[in-house]
Design a protein around this ligand. Structure first.
Ligand code: ZN
Length: 440
């Protein structure tokens, strides 16, 4: 069994393009670590409004002077060629060449990660310093890229629960020769699954998905539509190795039981962690799970650098989308801290139940030993009633605690006696008792 950092060191340099041999090799290696089902979706398959791309390979790419001095060479880094570049071979003028060379917007010494999946063009990537030094009239370019039919691959690790409903963990494995985005999320998720597999049976199943970004999520969801209703919550794992505190991004619903359970558990463990709304911290595959027609409340956990800075949405850490996103910027202790946090968030979600009232009207509090004398404890008196007001089959105990800014223990102080007397029961699914909503 390899450690998270050992897996990173073994896999990070692979050319893990969207549909590619490098991606497949990395996924096959992960499947040796845990029992994994690999789903294959062929190129050209319609996946909702999208189409699975072709497999892309490039064995040779370079830029050289006409007298044969090599300036950029794919052999040095898979990032030197634009991912999904068209093939090209020939002599080009400096002016034409500059239209096809890409540098990093703020790291002059770094080679950027550039991909063009739909906007077909050829291109090479290099440090800005190198591009700025080009002074010849023409150069020779070769990009031996190939497009062919392949299969987009999704790895799935599933631990069944006591019920069919499940929680989804996800991370993306594509991005050639990069680590924090998002091989870090992949290895954290894998290590979480090793612990879940070895532990007691959870109440809700736990499903871990590894796929190429965006198209992988859509491919999985579109091919497993009946499962969507069972996905009660989710957490996208990304950028978990760099040196920054945790950030938790809420789901589209923002107040789902998954949001409630995870936010409350995070606040207890790491009060300094940042919590923000969807699309305000970092955008990734959680968008597909939260999207219309899907609406799985999927949150996202990352170590984005100061998400309150507007620039951090596009540069979540300085080495983002460059060849500097390498094993030097991640550490085993940080990966382990993220793994332990994910396990704590999962455990909190596993406790989540809706509180269903089997009474109508305000409870006769003193008759059930729930009366708090407002003269002696006005705050406790108010809190008890505020909690009881919210037990209506649409909220969990964590939701109520968050809504009232009190602890889970304070909520359970009121709920426990009601559970004992059969006035409240627990449910995996919402059971709204408001007659205006239809169900009772
Ligand atoms: Zn990325």
């Amino acid at each position: 069994m390899s450690s998270m950092l050992e897996l990173i060191e073994e896999l990070w340099r692979l050319p893990r393009h969207l549909v590619s041999d490098g991606y497949d090799a990395a996924l096959a290696r992960l499947a040796e670590e845990v029992p994994m089902t690999i789903h294959e979706v062929p190129s050209g398959t319609k996946i909702w409004t999208w189409t699975v791309p072709e497999k892309w390979s490039c064995d040779e790419a370079y830029l050289e002077t006409l007298d044969g001095r090599r300036l950029i060479d794919l052999a040095d880094s898979p990032l030197h060629v634009v991912s999904y570049s068209l093939p090209f071979e020939g002599e080009v003028s400096r002016q034409e060449l500059l239209k096809h060379l890409h540098s990093h917007p703020h790291l002059a010494q770094a080679t950027p990660f550039v991909f063009k999946y739909y906007q077909r063009d050829w291109g090479l990537c290099a440090p800005k310093t190198l591009i700025d030094s080009l002074d010849q009239e023409s150069y020779r370019v070769k990009i031996a890229a190939r497009f062919e039919a392949g299969t987009l691959k999704i790895g799935e690790v599933f631990v069944p629960g006591e019920v069919e409903d499940c929680f989804v963990l996800a991370a993306h494995l594509d991005h050639p020769a990069q680590v924090n985005d998002d091989l870090s999320g992949v290895v954290v998720g894998l290590d979480v699954m090793r612990t879940v597999l070895a532990g007691p049976r959870p109440h809700y199943g736990v499903r871990f998905l590894v796929f190429p970004e965006t198209q992988g999520s859509i491919a999985y969801l579109s091919q497993h539509e009946p499962l969507i209703a069972q996905m009660r919550g989710g957490l996208f794992l990304e950028m978990l190795g760099n040196d920054a505190p945790h950030s938790l991004q809420l789901s589209h619903q923002a107040h789902s039981p998954a949001d409630g359970a995870l936010v409350l558990a995070l606040r207890q463990r790491e009060p300094e962690a940042y919590v923000g709304a969807m699309r305000t911290i970092i955008d990734n595959d959680e968008r597909q799970f939260n999207a219309p027609g899907v609406r799985v409340p999927m949150l996202s956990l990352s170590r984005v650098v100061d998400p309150q800075l507007p620039a951090s949405r596009f540069y979540p850490y300085p080495q983002y989308h460059s060849d500097l996103d390498n094993p030097e910027i991640v550490s085993q202790p940080r990966l382990e801290a993220s793994r332990d946090l994910v396990l704590a968030l999962l455990a909190a979600f596993d406790q989540t139940r809706y509180l269903v009232n089997h009474y109508k009207g305000e409870i006769f509090a003193s008759g059930f030993g729930l009366w708090v004398d407002y003269r002696q404890d006005p705050e406790g008196h108010r809190r008890h009633f505020r909690i009881m007001d919210r037990i209506d089959g649409t909220r969990s105990a964590a939701d109520i605690a968050l809504e009232l800014d009190c602890s889970l223990e304070q909520v359970m102080e009121v709920v426990d006696p009601l559970l004992e007397k059969g006035l409240v029961s627990l449910s995996d699914r919402p059971q709204p008792s408001d007659p205006h909503l239809g169900a009772a």
